[in-house]
Design a protein around this ligand. Structure first.
Ligand SMILES: [Zn+2]
Ligand SMILES: [Zn+2]
Length: 346
């Protein structure tokens, strides 16, 4: 049998819409060494293709990260395939809350060098020696206590619009940079209780293992990330200690947790938490821009970009770059500072 999808997207979407059964949307991840990722990949592709599963699944030497939809009538059969593999046996599965079962229209399983790029060699530290997992409620209980440090393991464009109160939010553009900055900042706090969090938990799995390797003694992480925290807080009817928006990687670019806006427009400084990409596609900087500034500057980040946009006749934003050039995010902050300086010396 072939081990890749060959059918075109329109046809697949059409088939999904015409399905007469329901699907469950689930996700799971685990760091676990695999000797032969490609072999494992082909094997689960066979198993899950036979059960009409769809999804986006990444495999690396260090483990698996999966988002998928499984036909309800095959769900038990799917669960029993998990028992065939050491890595999947007893893996914690998360069930989507708002689930229409239409999130995926094909099965895509890819082998990658890493699950989360850390810029380090395989074996530089033991990625399976992770920190202590805290539930949303346990994390809530400990957050803000004396002698505990909350560390945001996401990039700065994420923490700028939403974060736990009192969290350390390094100005990092990549996970690799984040690891370096955090280890440096907490050099003399290796005996403190560290509480790590990220969007869905997978970055903290790795970060906690890295910090333990660096000699931190009490490393804890929010299991399931901010997404799971928000869910548990809502159920328990508690006041969120996460303020602002949770940045998510889809069209929304963020989900408000407590309705507060904690960031500002990079151009005029008024409260705003909407990320946008510079309308000049050759720039495509990701930055925070309010609706007024978007209008005033034609969706651009600088006068140069407005000029280029008009001069070259490029129209609008390409969806292909939906999430922007993240590496260029911080430059926009420098830009704000410059502007503010210029204004205050006037
Ligand atoms: Zn503005
Ligand atoms: Zn620009």
């Amino acid at each position: 049998m072939q081990l890749h999808n060959r059918i075109n997207k329109e046809e697949l979407k059409q088939r999904l819409m015409e399905e007469t059964f329901s699907r469950k949307t689930i996700s799971f991840y685990k760091y676990h060494y695999l000797d032969n990722p490609q072999e494992f990949r082909d094997s689960i592709y066979r198993d899950w293709f036979a059960l009409n599963c769809f999804g986006r699944i990444y495999i690396a030497r260090e483990g698996i990260n999966a988002q998928m939809s499984v036909p309800e009538h095959y769900f038990d059969a799917f669960l029993s395939t998990l028992g065939n593999y050491g890595i999947l046996n007893d893996i914690p599965i998360k069930y989507a809350v708002e689930d229409n079962g239409k999130s995926f229209h094909k099965l895509a399983i890819k082998v990658r060098p890493k699950l989360v790029a850390d810029g380090l060699d395989d074996g530089a530290y033991d990625v399976t020696n992770v920190g202590n997992h805290l539930s949303g409620l346990e994390f809530h209980e400990l957050a803000g206590k004396e002698d505990t440090l909350i560390v945001d393991m996401r990039n700065f464009y994420e923490s700028e619009i939403g974060r736990f109160e009192g969290a350390i939010c390094p100005q990092a553009d990549t996970f690799r940079e984040e690891l370096e900055i955090v280890t440096g900042m907490l050099e003399d706090k290796k005996d403190k209780k560290i509480l790590l969090y990220c969007t869905g938990g997978i970055r903290c799995e790795k970060a906690s293992a890295y910090l333990k390797h660096q000699g931190f003694s009490d490393v804890n992480q929010l299991h399931g990330g901010v997404l799971e925290y928000a869910r548990q807080i809502k159920v328990a009817n508690l006041e969120s200690k996460f303020i602002g928006k949770n940045f998510v990687f889809d069209e929304r670019l963020g989900e408000s947790i407590n309705g507060q806006i904690i960031s500002r427009c990079h151009q005029c400084g008024q409260p705003c938490d909407t990320h946008t990409n510079c309308a000049n596609n050759s720039c495509h900087l990701l930055f925070i821009q309010c609706p007024e500034c978007a209008k005033k500057h034609n969706g651009c980040c600088t006068p140069e970009c407005i000029e280029e946009l008009h001069g070259m006749g490029i129209n609008g934003n390409s969806k292909a770059f939906q999430f922007g050039n993240r590496k260029r995010y911080r430059k926009s902050l420098a830009l704000v500072n410059e502007e503010q300086k210029a204004q205050s010396t006037k």
